[in-house]
Design a protein around this ligand. Structure first.
Ligand SMILES: Nc1nc2c(ncn2[C@@H]2O[C@H](COP(=O)(O)OP(=O)(O)OP(=O)(O)O)[C@@H](O)[C@H]2O)c(=O)[nH]1
Length: 193
């Protein structure tokens, strides 16, 4: 499930992952919830991801809360050009604690990382620190350029698959190490530290 304030880029991130395109132009706010499926390969397994897109607007909150319980993973987005969306992350995490399953996988994502340094209002360090504080994985992405979008979804899929089948198979899987490794390979300048 993809969560975060209205306008942070949840729908665009999902569309970039599923269709490899960017929904620029007219911005249409999501109403309630919507979902898209994508079948991906993780090692030897085929995994069907059912990704739920949610409305960021406050007025839909009671609708979206009803879906938290069934989510295996949550991608929690803020917009690096919008400080308020970052400041609201603590409130989102508190809602997650109230409504989601205790074992849910959480990834914190700073989207719109393609922005110019003048437009950037949240430093990568700040995102990293917050993620560390809550012991969740962190990535900066851009639905516009595609930066780290595949890695975000693939690493969550790997973690879920490992949780389901991996304990007896592979020993251990550290999602934070995996993300670090993947971002290093793709773009050394964008890797997490
Ligand atoms: N520059 C830039 N703009 C983006 C990016 N992702 C989304 N946008 C723009 O941000 C606006 C909002 O994007 P959406 O994906 O609709 O936002 P949302 O979080 O789904 O919004 P709600 O449905 O209202 O909750 C649109 O105008 C997008 O074109 C990005 O990575 N970079």
């Amino acid at each position: 499930m993809v969560l975060g304030d209205s306008g942070v880029g949840k729908t665009c991130l999902l569309v970039r992952f599923r269709d490899d395109t960017f929904l620029g132009g007219n911005y249409i706010s999501t109403v309630g919830v919507d979902f898209r499926n994508k079948i991906i390969s993780v090692d030897d397994s085929k995994v069907k991801l059912q990704i739920w897109d949610t409305a960021g607007q406050e007025r839909f909150r009671s609708v979206t809360h009803a879906y938290y319980r069934d989510a295996h993973a949550l991608l929690l987005l803020y917009d690096v050009t919008n400080k308020v969306s970052f400041d609201n992350i603590r409130a989102w995490l508190s809602e997650i604690r109230d409504y989601a399953h205790e074992q849910v996988v959480i990834m914190l994502i700073g989207n719109k990382a393609d922005c110019s340094s003048n437009d950037r209002m949240v430093k990568r360090d700040e995102g990293e620190q917050l993620a560390k504080e809550y012991s969740v994985t962190f990535l900066e992405t851009s639905a516009k350029s595609g930066l780290n979008v595949e890695i975000a979804f693939m690493s969550v899929a790997r973690e879920l698959l490992f949780k389901k089948t991996g304990i007896e198979k592979k020993g251990s899987f550290n999602v934070q190490e995996y993300v670090k490794e993947q971002t290093k390979t793709n773009c050394p300048a964008c890797s997490t530290t």
